[in-house]
Write a protein that binds this ligand. Structure first.
Ligand code: FES
Length: 187
């Protein structure tokens, strides 16, 4: 990971503080549209941090290439739900033949989306180690299996990553269902 990205990841954790580690559905429902959790029909987009975004196309995703960081966008209002970092997701293409049933059901054509928030202490999980086929969190070295619904393969994290079930529509990646569990971490 680049040093700049690592520091950014740590800064985000510090900004959360010591209390808000786990997003709840009740909290999400009361928030502004840009902070509400992803909803069915949302597009997954890459945001540049200045309110500009472009949709991710499934065809641009190369098998087991590094994950793309994305946020959901309401296609009707155009609102990008980046007001909460708990909405940040990792999108990548996997080999469907290696997926377990849950992963297969939450994906399409090998494309998966997972919460990017580490379930240990909330750093961004922004690395994929191709030879081990695992997501890797640089903060304390937890690892997660994207082929097994985000299961923990190495602690200190103990909770699997949340999946965001998706489908592909006209080559765009669309949210099919809400997160499989609350994204974030428990103290
Ligand atoms: S925050 Fe990811 S391993 Fe600790």
């Amino acid at each position: 990971m680049e040093r700049r990205n690592f520091l950014k990841s740590c800064a985000c954790v510090a900004a959360i503080g010591t209390t808000a580690g786990l997003a709840s559905k009740a909290d999400a429902a009361s928030k502004k549209p840009d902070s509400q959790r992803p909803k069915p029909g949302d597009l997954l987009v890459i945001e540049d941090g200045h309110g500009n975004a472009r949709p991710i196309s499934a065809s641009e995703l190369v098998l087991e290439a590094q994950q793309v960081m994305a946020f959901p966008q309401d296609p009707e209002s155009g609102v990008i739900r980046s007001g909460s970092r708990f909405n940040k997701v990792m999108v990548m293409r996997l080999d469907p033949a290696l997926m377990d049933e849950t992963t297969k059901n939450n994906s399409e054509d090998g494309v998966v989306a997972y919460s990017a928030i580490c379930t240990h202490q909330g750093c961004d999980v922004n690395s994929f180690v191709a030879d081990k086929k695992e997501f890797f969190c640089f903060c304390h070295y937890s690892r997660f299996n994207p082929y097994a619904a985000g299961d923990v393969t190495n602690g200190p994290a103990t909770r699997r990553l949340a999946m965001l079930p998706i489908k592909i529509v006209d080559d765009l990646i669309v949210v099919k269902e809400e997160f499989t569990r609350s994204p974030g971490y428990k103290k």
